[in-house]
Design a protein around this ligand. Sequence first.
Ligand code: ADP
Ligand code: MG
Length: 324
Amino acid sequence: MSLGEFEIIARYFTRRYERSDVLLGVGDDAAVLEQPPDRKLVVAVDTIIAGVHFPEGTDAADVGYRALAVNLSDIAAMGAQPRWMTLSLSVPSPDERWLAGFAAGLFALAERHDVALVGGDTVRGPLVITVQIGGWVEPDGWLTRSGGRPGDLLFVSGTPGEAAAGLATIQRGVEGGEAGAYLRRRFLRPEPRVDLGRRLRTFASAAMDVSDGLLTDAEKLAAASGCGAVIDVDALPASQPMRTLFDADFCVRSQLAGGDDYELLFTMPPQRCAALAERIGGAIAATQIGVLTVERGVRCERGGRRFTIPSGGYDHFARMQGAP
Ligand code: ADP
Ligand code: MG
């Protein structure tokens, strides 16, 4: 790279950490990290590609934020504590403004979660960003997709569908006033539910993060748990900003099939529900949207009748998410 790989790394990706668990960080051949005693190592990796996982031309700071947010969301879904990350960055050109913006977005979120960047790789190529994240979890339990049982109640945090609605406003060039700005922020700056995951760690029977769409991800959780599920469409948390800008069919499609929410989907036996609100505190609202069933597969119901997602309308979902 013309700016020089070393200059890019030194200028944008080298930070001094007060943290005593980073024994050796950026600048050597590998990082050396200290794990707290009696903790299990938790590792995840996620890649985001321009034009696939975010629109070309997305603000660099939003791209930096997203690269870490999607990984933090995976750590949250395990009930784990994030600690460090490595960054593999492929950029078409060493554009300093872009790099500065990217680093600002990445580190803003990293600092909020006290995650240290301890190494990486920088190459010229199409805009592709891979973050690997590591952290720890207590040995007495972590969240999995497979712990659900028939009869467990199914919950989701936040307001699924808003990110897809925000993406739709970008793709359709709709400004949409305050509601549009709110929805775009939900897409561009998803809030990884790390605190909620920590609180659910020994409480939920199963959990995963919702990245591909509520229905698809509920199917994954239910299948991993050897169950099926019924989702009550009327129980889905409603989004006023989404209703302001979109019709009812679009809203329900976004809620059930829209991606990029990075909320937590989780289950628990009914007898634990009374304690849930206290357990999750003011962290974030969680809504009961269904129940796990013996019968396999996930079906949606509305007013006790089977419900299928209305087809037609705007098909943003296939374009941005899913297909590798
Ligand atoms: P090597 O020659 O061993 O592959 P590099 O020259 O690629 O090492 O990288 C030098 C140092 O900078 C290493 O410590 C590496 O982890 C770090 N590094 C490279 N790119 C990044 C990046 N985008 N973010 C953080 N650290 C990086
Ligand atoms: Mg290298």
